[in-house]
Design a protein around this ligand. Structure first.
Ligand SMILES: C[S@@+](CC[C@H](N)C(=O)[O-])C[C@H]1O[C@@H](n2cnc3c(N)ncnc32)[C@H](O)[C@@H]1O
Length: 225
């Protein structure tokens, strides 16, 4: 499964940014994720690591970024010379214990099987210093239960939805103690006409922050004690 996912992103790399983030829906998501990272990450990216960085859309928030897709990393390197990009499986990171103050992973865990997600949490815990934070998103199972699953070309795509409690349990099993949560996409933004989307971003941020589980995506900050 893992090989299939990485091969998919290797093929998609040249068109990933245009196909996923150039329209008003993608820009809506991108802007909200940047706001959360700006608010929750240390201001200086020097000791921040990104996992599953893909083509580097959010990598300016991290001095170090990793992915297993070599084609995606080539695009990321061309776009951002300030970040140090490395090819690595997020389940086995080439960094010493307590190397980072913060780690983040967006649009990545949701594609993976629970065993891989648990392995990534354990590895992230290892490379974080005490007091460090891991910020990650996942599809909200509560919301998916209300609205049903969207069709996807690949069975693994966004296969893993979790409740906030299930996500917290995985964090706790890895050693993380506390968490903060927000949401993304409470409004049915994909059903709105293009021109109505961006003007509603602040309302969606306000609503999804108060009702993370009812949003399409949960974004959680896990703390290492
Ligand atoms: C949907 S893309 C997200 C890219 C980027 N985070 C973003 O939000 O634009 C998912 C990325 O996770 C990477 N990925 C999936 N499983 C991985 C693993 N076990 N180790 C490293 N990267 C992985 C894929 O290669 C892909 O680039």
């Amino acid at each position: 499964m893992k090989r299939e996912i990485i091969a998919y992103y290797d093929r998609l790399a040249p068109s990933y940014d245009a196909s996923r983030f150039s329209g008003s829906y993608g820009r809506f998501i991108d802007a909200r994720e940047r706001d959360v990272l700006r608010a929750w990450l240390p201001r200086d990216p020097k000791n921040t690591l990104e996992l599953g960085c893909g083509t580097g859309r959010l990598s300016a928030f991290a001095a170090t970024a990793t992915d297993a897709s070599v084609a995606s990393l080539a695009i990321a390197r061309a776009r951002n010379s300030a970040t140090n990009f490395a090819a690595a499986d997020a389940e086995r990171l080439p960094f010493p214990p307590s190397r980072f103050d913060a780690v983040f992973a967006f649009h990545t865990l949701m594609h993976l099987e629970p065993a891989s997600i648990r392995a990534i949490f354990a590895e992230t815990f290892r490379v974080l210093r005490p007091g460090g934070v891991f910020i990650a998103d996942v599809v909200s199972k509560t919301r998916r239960g209300l609205t049903g699953r969207r069709d996807a070309d690949e069975a693994w795509h966004a296969q893993t939805a979790m409740t906030k409690r299930e996500f917290d349990d995985i964090g706790r099993a890895a050693g993380f103690t506390s968490s903060r949560a927000t949401g993304l996409l409470l409004l049915p933004v994909h059903r709105l006409p293009d021109r109505a989307r961006l003007p509603l971003a602040r309302l969606d941020a306000w609503l999804s922050h108060r009702l993370p589980s009812l949003s399409s995506y949960l974004i959680v900050g896990f703390a290492k004690p």
